[in-house]
Design a protein around this ligand. Structure first.
Ligand SMILES: Nc1ncnc2c1ncn2[C@@H]1O[C@H](COP(=O)(O)OP(=O)(O)OP(=O)(O)O)[C@@H](O)[C@H]1O
Ligand SMILES: [Mg+2]
Length: 96
């Protein structure tokens, strides 16, 4: 499916609705060039999950954990080789 959004607001509003459909343990991967809109979508998804705080790319810290129910783990994997990554969102949630 291809969806086209003609403005940041349109993208954000879709992401809020999408975020509302997510369940604990779900993982969403965003791929895109610089400025593609990944952070706009991340903000919307977090809002849809009920988080009202600040959401920005964890470019240098790699992970932002937002206090929410369910908890939200926002990773930026740009600098990591995926093959070296041992990542399980379920495990991350359990280890809290
Ligand atoms: N249809 C659109 N949807 C989302 N953002 C858009 C759209 N049209 C223009 N923009 C603009 O594109 C930019 C997207 O920025 P954003 O920070 O979300 O990108 P990013 O993919 O997270 O970039 P980076 O990889 O640098 O972190 C914003 O400045 C936004 O206003
Ligand atoms: Mg970003």
């Amino acid at each position: 499916m291809v969806m086209l959004f003609s403005s940041e607001d349109e993208t954000y509003d879709w992401a809020v609705e999408f975020g509302r459909t997510l369940k604990p343990g779900d993982m969403v991967a965003l791929y895109g060039n610089l400025g593609a809109g990944k952070t706009v979508i991340s903000r919307g998804v977090c809002k849809g999950l009920g988080f009202d705080g600040n959401v920005c790319s964890p470019t240098y810290t790699l992970l932002h954990e937002y206090p929410n129910d369910p908890p939200i783990f926002h990773y930026d994997l740009y600098r990591l080789a995926l093959s070296r990554l041992k990542f399980s969102p379920k495990q991350a949630a359990k280890s809290r």
